[in-house]
Ligand binder design. Structure first.
Ligand code: SF4
Length: 392
């Protein structure tokens, strides 16, 4: 990086978000591979207090802010809350910040929670997109990864939500799982295609330290597909989704009929967003804040009117902010428009990263096409290597 170009006083300005992420940290059972801020065993009374705490946070922080164009309930498992609680949070967002008429409102759902909900009420509240955590259609793989649903629950869940008139649906699938073979992964993909969902999110398992699976792996009590097998699974997913009519519009996301996730695009453009709830991350174009992680501490802080306690605030410097924008933008097949990023940061990105761009192209990871820099097919297989070129 040509750091000389960064020696100046200009800094980005704060930007009020038009997107909100709502974190619901409750799960029926903690999966052995999961390092999300998610917990099992919370009682209904605590969940109710958690909803009150989120509504309080929304009212306290969001009053007078821009109307929302996208809302995403993630977790954890948002469908572990009752319908009335989810509706209450949406109503609080509507009354406090406003929600535009065409806003995308997504709820992540566990397939076997779906029948517990009134999807007509959720639809009337504004929910118009549901993302199901399916992961696999192989029952023994599902058991291995601690999922509580059966393969057939996915079809029932999709039908239930479709009956309520919600058709913008997604399912999450994972590869690189214990006992998963390439043939098994192919069957899972084909099963998903047969359900005719317009959106798939496909992730490789990444084990983090301190998860139970990590411990089992270290002790030799679990085997995972190796790097070559995982690469073959990713290539198979890329090939089969293309044949099935899906457009790979982001490294892990595939859509039909243009039904891309509008909310996630906010992250990939490194745009600003609210984060409400325990451990939720928010970004205002300068600070990236993380709320208090533990739900009980979060509830106590919110309901006792303490000043909002962020567990962590990161303020990337100019180089860090530009690097993040490039790294996230490279997740998109169209890549990063160099002029847009140059205008955003008021300097010439091509000049700033001249040597990194050359190195990336020489390594076969990047291609520069006119104003765009993007990953090659080889680069999509080694995306981290390409992205790290731009992180100081
Ligand atoms: S359901 Fe999702 S969030 Fe909950 S423990 Fe499992 S992987 Fe984590």
């Amino acid at each position: 990086m040509n750091s000389e170009l960064l020696r100046r006083d200009w800094q980005p300005e704060r930007k009020q978000p038009a997107a909100a992420y709502i974190h619901i940290p409750f799960c029926a059972k903690k999966c052995g591979y999961c390092d999300f801020n998610a917990y099992s065993g919370y009682k209904d009374g605590t969940k109710q207090r958690y909803v009150d705490a989120i509504c309080h946070e929304i009212i306290t922080r969001g009053a007078g802010a821009n109307p929302l164009t996208s809302i995403f309930f993630g977790g954890g498992t948002p469908t572990q809350l009752p319908t009335s609680a989810l509706v209450k949070i949406i109503q609080t967002l509507r009354e406090t910040l406003g929600i535009t008429p065409d806003a995308e409102v997504t709820i992540e759902a566990n397939p076997n929670d779906v029948l517990l909900h009134d999807w007509n009420l959720l639809r009337d509240a504004g929910v118009n997109r549901v993302s199901f955590g399916v992961q696999s259609f192989n029952p023994s793989v599902l058991r291995m990864i601690d999922r509580t649903h059966a393969p057939e629950d996915a079809a029932t869940a999709l039908e239930t939500v479709r009956t309520a008139g919600i058709h913008n649906l997604s399912i999450d699938l994972m590869f690189g799982l214990p006992r998963q073979t390439l043939a098994d992964w192919r069957r899972t993909l084909e099963h998903a295609f047969a359900l005719d969902v317009p959106h798939l999110s496909i992730y490789g398992l990444i084990l983090e330290e301190k998860t139970p699976f990590w411990g089992r792996l270290q002790r030799g009590r679990m085997a995972l597909p190796g790097d070559v097998a995982q690469a073959a699974m990713l290539e198979l997913a890329m090939d089969l989704t293309l044949i099935a009519g899906y457009d790979r519009y982001e490294l892990s996301n595939y859509a039909k009929h243009g039904l891309q996730s509008r909310h996630n695009r906010v992250y990939w453009m490194n745009d600003s967003y609210w984060g409400f709830g325990a451990g939720a991350v928010g970004y205002d174009n300068i600070d990236r804040t993380t709320n208090v992680m533990r739900p009980s501490r979060y509830i106590d802080a919110m309901l006792s009117d303490q000043p909002l306690a962020f567990e962590n605030t990161e303020t990337p410097d100019l180089a860090g902010s530009i690097g993040e924008t490039l790294m996230l933008g490279l997740r998109l097949p169209e890549g990063v428009q160099l002029t847009d990023v140059s205008n955003r940061y008021r300097l010439d990105i091509r000049e700033l990263f001249a040597s990194e761009l050359i190195a990336g192209v020489d390594a076969g990871l990047l291609e520069v096409a006119g104003d765009a820099v993007r990953l090659t097919r080889h680069g999509t297989m080694f995306a981290n290597d390409a992205m790290m070129l731009f992180i100081a």
